[in-house]
Design a protein around this ligand. Structure first.
Ligand SMILES: C[S@@+](CC[C@H](N)C(=O)[O-])C[C@H]1O[C@@H](n2cnc3c(N)ncnc32)[C@H](O)[C@@H]1O
Length: 386
């Protein structure tokens, strides 16, 4: 596909998203209908779509509209692209710009537009991040790093780097966690690399790894919101831990057993009854469902689809999870709460509300991870009883 044809495809996908499809669904549908598109084309179209989703408000401002075409014009303008070489009307490229489309508006003046946030989120950013709010909002407009976790139960970090390099994946150390690597070249080769297929490395954000690295070693551990099992697998690198994984939606854990086998570790899956019967645990990790705002570089749609009602619903779920998990934690045990949210409402405020409901508990440790070139935004708190 020509660069212009890729832009046309991105416009089509963005229009499908505006019509109600989720971004991943819209991309998959386009890819199925476009068998001619190679992996580089699919990646380029995906990059265009996600660039727009991360910067939708400024893209709409500069493109003077919300259609896929307007958004692409707006985002490409921001990237300094030569639009006339892309909008040629030749082959599958989009039609040339009209005189109106050539007019570039002045830079936006209001903070929410500049920060590519819906208006209602600006006060939440300010409350949580104070003088860092604008910098974090800007950081969320860029692509996130691709990070790997070296399975240190089976291989040393330098040996994993050498193995990855044999398959064309170049990495450097990531400062957030000892086992974390940032991919600097060859990201598209990861899944076909021997290091990945033999279970020596997993894809995992480095801040997510840092949350696990800060947890106490050993003992009986319940990962109460295990999902796909990223944190359960990281926990399992410590062979002195005995790990049980639970999720309200067991389908989310369907890959966990093969992933654990590939990594050479053992994780027991449990439904709610089994998780309860297996308690109490020395460590219960609640990696709670949240807005995902710390990871909006990767899942940028969430920035535009989150509503105040949904946020309130999430905080209610987070409270319930903490209450249930507290009852499963041994008297001397640690209750760990984590989110990939930036907001006080989902983080410090949930811990404070928990401590009000359960005065015997106290904060043993609390960490915030900013959105940086090294990793996503995360929050974690470790709670113990007096
Ligand atoms: C942030 S995701 C977990 C990600 C996972 N820990 C990882 O590192 O890959 C949150 C998970 O919580 C689960 N969940 C939502 N409500 C729950 C509840 N009441 N009890 C247990 N799990 C719940 C969701 O199904 C989702 O898989």
């Amino acid at each position: 596909m020509t660069p212009g044809a890729r832009v046309s495809a991105a416009i089509e996908v963005l229009d499908a998203i505006a019509g109600g499809l989720a971004a991943e669904q819209a991309l998959t549908r386009w890819a199925r209908q476009s068998r001619f598109a190679g992996s580089k084309d699919r990646a380029a179209v995906r990059d265009h779509v996600f660039d727009v989703l991360r910067q939708r408000r400024t893209a709409a401002h500069y493109g003077c509209g919300e259609t896929g075409r307007a958004l692409m014009i707006g985002v490409l303008h921001g990237q300094g692209a030569d639009l006339d070489t892309l909008f040629t009307g030749e082959g599958h490229a989009p039609t040339p710009l009209s005189d109106e489309e050539r007019q570039v508006p002045d830079a936006p003046e209001d903070r929410a537009t500049k920060n590519n946030l819906p208006d209602w989120l600006l006060p939440l950013f300010d409350a949580a991040l104070a003088d860092k709010a604008d910098a974090v909002a800007v950081a969320l407009q860029a692509r996130g790093p691709i990070c790997l976790r070296v399975n240190t139960a089976r291989i040393e970090v330098p040996a994993a780097q050498a193995l990855l390099a044999e398959d064309g994946v170049q990495t450097c150390a990531n400062p957030l966690a000892d086992a974390a690597l940032t991919v600097t070249e060859g990201a598209r080769r990861i899944r076909n690399s021997r290091a990945f297929s033999d279970g020596y490395v997993e894809l995992q954000d480095a801040a997510s790894q840092a949350v696990v690295a800060a947890l106490p070693l050993g003992g009986r551990v319940l990962d109460y919101c295990a999902g796909g099992g990223g944190k359960a697998l990281a926990l399992a690198m410590d062979p002195s831990r005995e790990i049980t994984a639970h999720d309200i939606d067991p389908r989310r854990m369907s890959d966990l057993t093969p992933r654990a086998e590939r990594a050479g570790v053992s994780i027991t899956l449990a439904d709610a009854e089994q998780a309860k019967a297996g308690g109490p645990y020395d460590l219960v990790l609640c990696d709670a469902p949240c807005s995902g705002s710390g990871a909006w570089r990767r899942a940028a749609e969430g920035k535009w689809t989150l509503t105040p009602d949904r946020l309130a619903e999430l905080t209610g779920i987070q409270d319930q999870i903490l209450d249930t998990a507290a009852a499963l934690t041994a008297p001397q045990g640690v209750l760990a709460y984590a989110t990939c949210s930036l907001f006080r409402e989902e983080n410090e405020a949930r811990v404070e509300a928990f401590l009000t409901r359960h005065p015997a508990w106290k904060i043993a440790r609390m960490d915030r991870y900013d959105v940086t070139p090294d990793g996503d935004g995360f929050f974690s708190a470790q709670l113990t009883r007096d």
